[in-house]
Design a protein around this ligand. Structure first.
Ligand SMILES: NC(=O)c1ccc[n+]([C@@H]2O[C@H](COP(=O)([O-])OP(=O)(O)OC[C@H]3O[C@@H](n4cnc5c(N)ncnc54)[C@H](O)[C@@H]3O)[C@@H](O)[C@H]2O)c1
Length: 261
């Protein structure tokens, strides 16, 4: 088959993006708008109801299809209800973007000192939350003959130097394991590892004068910071038939922060 740019189109596809209703400028919002621009109907899912509704409104105002749904990804019943909303609104799900996560709201505690309660809170959202979404959505992908799963990891997992980083590294393990197990069912499972991204949450976590930004400035090959929109191209590759032969991979979109050993 000759390559066509149309392979990047997502017309007649349904995409579910978690964490897409963040306040203001968020990566999930950029993902949802990008998927809609490529033609997908989008399920905008978040703990934050007004934020999710606002992003769905933005998609519809631009002529796209979207519904919003409130979900706590750490709660399997809530995740099943989210999947049911997607089925009712659009008949199922072809693309799952596991983007929701705890990041800026986390304290940088040492692993040796962290309470089990805080450890479990982080893992329940960042790792188990993604698994809950996979378990709720994969049956619908099977019915539709395949699908695409994208897990949002982070440059902060390479290497993991925080509990957040540990949770994001666990998502890499989930990605490779699911890729092996679901590949023959035409379900691609990949991860995106953004670098320091100028979402509102990212800017709050690492202001310009933070030691982490200084560390990046000394090490990153290109620009240290990227905008949420600069992650969308990689997402569309992984979500579309243009990426049909890519699975089990982590795509680093970070200006050359994490380089191959
Ligand atoms: N900003 C960065 O520099 C950066 C870099 C690498 C990776 N990431 C990852 O990208 C993703 C988005 O980050 P962002 O910068 O847009 O931050 P953000 O805080 O704006 O986005 C996270 C979203 O997840 C939602 N969420 C949190 N817990 C939830 C739960 N239990 N159920 C449902 N939704 C929940 C929040 O309401 C929020 O809308 C996160 O997974 C983050 O770890 C961000």
């Amino acid at each position: 088959m000759t390559f066509s740019l149309d392979q990047f189109r997502l017309d007649n596809k349904v995409a579910l993006v978690t964490g897409a209703g963040g306040r203001g400028n968020s990566i999930g919002r950029a993902y949802a708008l990008g998927l809609a621009a490529a033609g997908a109907s989008v399920v905008v899912a978040d703990l934050n109801q007004p934020g999710a509704a606002a992003v769905a409104d933005e998609i519809r105002a631009a002529g796209g299809n979207a519904v919003s749904v409130v979900v706590d990804i750490a709660d399997p019943a809530s995740v099943r209800a989210m999947a049911a909303t997607a089925a009712t609104a659009f008949g199922g799900v072809d693309i799952l973007v596991n983007n929701a996560g705890l990041m800026a709201e986390l304290k940088s505690e040492q692993a040796v000192d962290v309470s089990l309660e805080e450890w479990n809170r982080i893992m329940n959202v960042n790792v188990t939350g993604a698994l809950n979404c996979v378990q709720a959505v994969v049956p619908m992908m099977r019915q539709r003959g395949g699908g695409k799963i994208i897990n949002q990891t982070s440059g902060g997992a390479f290497p993991a130097i925080s509990i957040y980083g540990i949770s994001k590294l666990a998502l890499v393990g989930l990605t490779t394991t699911l890729a092996r197990q679901l590949g023959r069912e035409n379900i691609n499972v990949n991860a995106i590892a953004p670098g320091n991204t100028t979402s509102d949450a990212g800017k709050q976590l690492t202001p310009d004068d933070s030691p982490f930004i200084q560390f990046l400035q000394a090490n990153v090959a290109m620009r240290v910071r990227g905008a949420p929109d600069e992650l969308v191209g990689a997402l569309l590759l992984l979500c579309s038939t243009a990426g049909d032969w890519i699975t089990g991979q982590v795509i680093h979109v970070d200006g050359g922060w994490v380089l191959r050993p």
